[in-house]
Design a binder for this molecule. Sequence first.
Ligand code: ADP
Ligand code: ZN
Length: 451
Amino acid sequence: MFWDKKIELLPREDLEALQMAMLKKTIRAAVKSPFYGQAFSENGTTPEKVKSLDDLRRLPFTTKQDLRSGFPDGFLTVDRNKVVRMHASSGTTGTATVVYHSQKDIDRWTDLVARCLYMAGVRPSDVFQNMMSYGLFTGGLGLHYGAEALGAMVIPVGIGNSKRQIAFLQQFETTVAHIIPSYSLKLLETFDEVGIDPKKDTGLRILVVGAEPHSEEVRERIEEAYGVFAVNSYGLSEMNGPGVAFECPQKSGLHLWEDSYVLEIVNPETLEPLPDGEVGEIVLTTLRREAMPLIRYRTRDLAMVHPGTCPCGRTHRRLSRIKGRSDDMLIVKGVNVYPIQVEQVLMAFEEVGNNYLILLDREGPVDQMTVRIEVTSALLAQGIEGLEALRAKIIRRLREEILFTPKVDLVEPGMIPAGDGKAVRVIDNRQPAYCTKLRRESGGSAEGSGP
Ligand code: ADP
Ligand code: ZN
């Protein structure tokens, strides 16, 4: 049974007491790892000194760079014989980092994923098609084990091969699929090509979408095209992977499982805590991880906590949609822009198709931003006047949102290259060529191990 009523509805006071007890255990365990052994002694931390959740703030942060410098075993707190699996982040922003799991860790992770799926409405009678890459990327095995534990029939089809995905959806009467949001939009082209309507001709009722930032507008498009509940799933390999935070059917934020993680939102510059309702960096501490506990891990993901309680009754706090990573922020003409702001504007126009790309160039000393946008075939059929009118409307709305005037390039559907993994939304040609080359060589692309 994966409706863990006792834990999910636990009054805040009891939940915080539980966190405190688990935190003490975690710190006692973490200190055994080479990294925290040293970090705590430098910081003067001893497990006895952490008496309240507020005391956690006195502990040092852990960064992605720390994980890299501790590569491969610097964070292990158990004998290597106890490790049953490893995963690695896909290296979207640099060299991959590794996370080890004991059997207990895998079991707890599986429980969390099953809890998420159950909350979203997945039941043992469902057929679950996992359209995510298997392997080092956690979206494959993580969701696989959770859905299987829940009792659904899992199809481990993996990523890509759009025609086969569609055939499987029909042949096995798939009701729930796990898919990257940008790929779910791209798949619509294949649906079109083979003459199948995802809404009428499949039994899909829930799409679990996650692994990359996406706007509410994109969710609406997915829900409309597929006739489903598109549930937002958040996780990162350093915190196991999926199963960290997930939406409930209220669609008013993602419950972050506070029996397993301590959540802090901090100002990414001052690192001071921020109150609910203010956007900052998500910082997480694992509470139930045996092989590799992480304390105050700076995720670099930006979000806020929704104030107040959820009508569903769950007491675990709700994260907003992720705005992006702090390193996604673009500085164009001196203005800070997040790609998701552009997406929100574009996707609100029904004449805009399902893909877009932001190109940054430098013309002399001046930054230039071009937004390349696929339009719908219906708009194309209307001819040049319709296109020009749309272009003007988009430029106006973008200017209101980002405070400068970008160039807008309208292109036919399918003209912007799209993969089946995390979407690449920005191409920045402003750096000298050798910088781009160095970045590529250090693995700083969205390729890596998946999804
Ligand atoms: P990598 O860091 O190399 O991309 P991961 O596979 O661990 O490797 O990716 C986790 C990251 O993906 C998160 O830190 C976050 O930036 C992004 N992410 C995951 N789920 C979501 C989501 N639902 N919304 C927005 N971003 C997400
Ligand atoms: Zn809820």
